[in-house]
Design a binder for this molecule. Structure first.
Ligand code: ZN
Length: 220
């Protein structure tokens, strides 16, 4: 049925996006990341611990307090707006929206970074060197593959892999040859398994944090 078909639209900068689509994008972001596997709903501003919507009852027992302070939103609206607009307008940006009619059901984006700038942004000392050791000293830009997200009812329909492919070709067309992504390894996230097992990405840098996040890379 035509009304069920999904259309992928490239966003060509924040100024080009219709205000109602922009609003839908900002609205859908926090609820997606509030659930598994991210659990980015509330956080403690003191100890930085985070919880998802699944922990609502547990949090209610302590009146949404931790370390003596009220919990705060993990993704405040202003942060979502500024981060996503910045990503749309970034150099080498590839930003895609999945639409069913006028309804936004998912998005996918990334942008270009020099290995040095990515090292700074990711806060992983040695990352630029690791990229150059693996892919050659001549690498000037890598494609940082930020988020791929779908609202729950649209998952499991291969929409994520279609958006991934659109973004990948877009990066290649813009002259980038290396893709980098950050995922959680322990327990292995769906994204980690997909990038490593299915797509052959390899770990180039490890965080030693709670979710054992890693940076993966391979040639596009
Ligand atoms: Zn705390």
């Amino acid at each position: 049925m035509l009304q069920n078909s999904i259309e992928f639209v490239r966003c060509n900068g924040s100024k080009s996006l219709a205000p109602e689509l922009m609003a839908q994008l900002f609205d859908c972001y926090p609820p997606i990341y509030a659930e598994a596997p991210w659990f980015e709903w509330k956080k403690c501003s003191v100890c930085k611990r985070q919880w998802g919507t699944v922990h609502q009852e547990e949090l209610a027992l302590t009146d949404f307090m931790h370390c003596g302070e009220p919990l705060v939103e993990f993704w405040p609206r202003a942060t979502v707006e500024s981060d996503l607009k910045e990503a749309m307008d970034a150099s080498g940006a590839s930003f895609w929206l999945a639409l069913q009619g006028n309804r936004l059901v998912g998005f996918c984006y990334g942008y270009a970074k020099t290995p040095e700038k990515l090292e700074e942004q990711m806060e992983r000392p040695g990352l630029a060197l690791a990229v150059k050791e693996k892919f050659g000293a001549s690498v000037r830009y890598v494609a940082y593959q930020a988020d791929i997200a779908l609202i729950p009812e649209f998952r499991g329909r291969h929409l994520a892999s279609q958006m991934f492919e659109l973004r990948r070709k877009d990066f290649l067309a813009q002259g980038m040859q290396i893709g980098v992504v950050r995922v959680k390894m322990d327990p292995p996230s769906v994204t980690y398994l997909w990038y490593t097992t299915k797509l052959g990405y390899e770990v180039i840098s490890e965080y030693h944090d709670a979710g054992k996040r890693v940076l993966l890379a391979r040639s596009l």
